[in-house]
Design a protein around this ligand. Structure first.
Ligand SMILES: CC(C)(COP(=O)(O)OP(=O)(O)OC[C@H]1O[C@@H](n2cnc3c(N)ncnc32)[C@H](O)[C@@H]1OP(=O)(O)O)[C@@H](O)C(=O)NCCC(=O)NCCS
Length: 175
């Protein structure tokens, strides 16, 4: 039976399953999906290897979950709050918010719906103290989602690609 991690009006989130491999790889092979995350599409082989590695290392609390459109039961991407790793350490009580949807599902407010649900889940259910997110500077749709959720821009990482680092404290701890 499917273990549902979290649900919203239109979406449910569950652990990844082998059957998700095809739609997962299709997303990773789409240059538009990869435009601001990695910058180039993955090959089918690289995408599949990544999928299998992710499948083998799913954890109970923090992770990227299969995102399913409830209306038709289809896998449409992956969203979640995953461990915040810095160097060799996992930052305690923190998580990284991320969202990836297949292109045909963009522009319907689905990522906003997922992100909002995972922020609440991260703070209320997982007891996180802080949630962070990193967005390539030109990825204004993602930045808009974070702005709506009241994330603060903490610092900008300049380089060949520029990244904005955002953070949100658990509400009662916000200054
Ligand atoms: C980023 C991503 C998840 C957004 O998904 P989405 O479901 O289309 O986002 P939403 O529909 O919730 O839109 C978020 C905001 O951007 C706006 N927006 C989205 N697409 C838009 C478009 N084409 N034109 C104008 N505005 C747009 C929405 O109106 C909304 O703002 P609003 O609530 O003020 O109206 C999706 O584009 C994606 O998967 N991209 C590739 C992977 C990626 O970059 N992930 C982010 C890594 S940090």
């Amino acid at each position: 039976m499917t273990r549902v991690i979290l649900e919203t009006a239109r979406l449910l989130f569950r652990p990844h399953e082998l059957d998700d491999c095809e739609p997962y790889c299709a997303m990773e092979q789409d240059a538009e999906v990869r435009r601001f995350v990695g910058g180039a599409p993955r090959t089918r082989e690289a995408a599949e290897a990544r999928f299998r590695a992710a499948l083998a290392s799913q954890h109970d609390r923090l992770g990227m979950w299969a995102t399913v459109l409830k209306a038709d039961g289809r896998y449409i991407g992956r969203c979640g709050v995953y461990p915040h790793i810095q160097g060799d350490f996992v930052v305690p009580d923190e998580g990284v918010l991320a969202f990836y949807l297949a292109r045909q599902y963009w522009g319907r407010g689905l990522a906003s719906e997922a992100a909002s649900a995972f922020v609440e889940y991260g703070f209320e259910t997982l007891g996180l103290r802080r949630i962070v997110a990193t967005v390539q500077a030109e990825n204004w749709v993602s930045e808009r989602i974070l702005e709506k959720l009241k994330f603060d821009l903490v610092w900008r990482e300049e380089g060949a690609r520029t990244f904005d680092h955002y953070a949100l404290l658990r509400p009662e701890r916000r200054r």
